[in-house]
Design a protein around this ligand. Structure first.
Ligand code: IMP
Length: 180
């Protein structure tokens, strides 16, 4: 199956505005506290880069990353989550904010959150740019959510199809295209 880039679901301006609001909200909630912001590679990289610039210096924020295997070249999750890169630092007794591009079935995050809890942090919360809540197979508590979106495959602003289109400044739909 081939996919073709289609129209914008969320414009670049809408994203920037919402990301700023999320950063300010996180800033209020963690004011005067330490916070380890954990980006899930590669999808969250662009969102996280913008988000952390809106978290004020009253939060003592540090950054770390994890990489997990995701959809490969398909658009369907297989529910298997493999840690490709683990955190550099310990999260024991720390406040952790897991930053994701999108929550779909919730399988990836629920696995990651379980793993994170085993490391005995002080607290763990999730910040996701997009949420396809109607697709959820396992419950996940998303404290900071950018946008609730319909059950459509989307790309851009870090999200990819087969590694493509992460660099787009807006979130786009993709269209299925017949093989030639
Ligand atoms: P979940 O485990 O089903 O919640 O899937 C989470 C991961 O699937 C995300 O981090 C993305 O990498 C990928 N994903 C889910 N939906 C989309 C989409 O619409 N576009 C691109 N990637 C997606």
């Amino acid at each position: 199956m081939n996919f073709k880039l289609s129209g914008e679901l969320i414009t670049s301006d809408e994203i920037q505005k919402r990301v700023a609001e999320l950063g300010e909200e996180i800033g209020r909630d963690y004011c005067g506290k330490d916070l380890v912001v954990v980006g899930i590679l590669k999808g969250a990289i662009i969102f996280m880069a913008y988000l952390v610039r809106h978290i004020p210096p009253t939060v003592n924020a540090t950054l770390d990353f994890m990489a997990v295997s995701s959809y490969g070249d398909s658009t369907k999750t297989n529910g298997i989550v493999k840690i490709v890169k683990d955190l550099d630092g310990s999260v024991k007794d720390k406040n952790v904010l897991v930053v994701e591009d999108i929550v779909d079935t919730g399988l990836t995050l629920s696995y990651l959150l379980k793993l994170m809890q085993e490391r005995q942090p002080e607290s763990v919360r999730v910040c996701a740019l997009l949420d396809k809540e109607e697709r959820r197979k396992v419950p996940v508590d998303v404290t900071y959510r950018g946008f609730l979106i319909p059950d459509k495959f989307v790309v851009g602003y870090g999200l990819d199809y087969a590694g493509k289109w992460r660099n787009l400044p807006a979130v786009h739909y993709v269209e299925q295209q017949r093989e030639q």
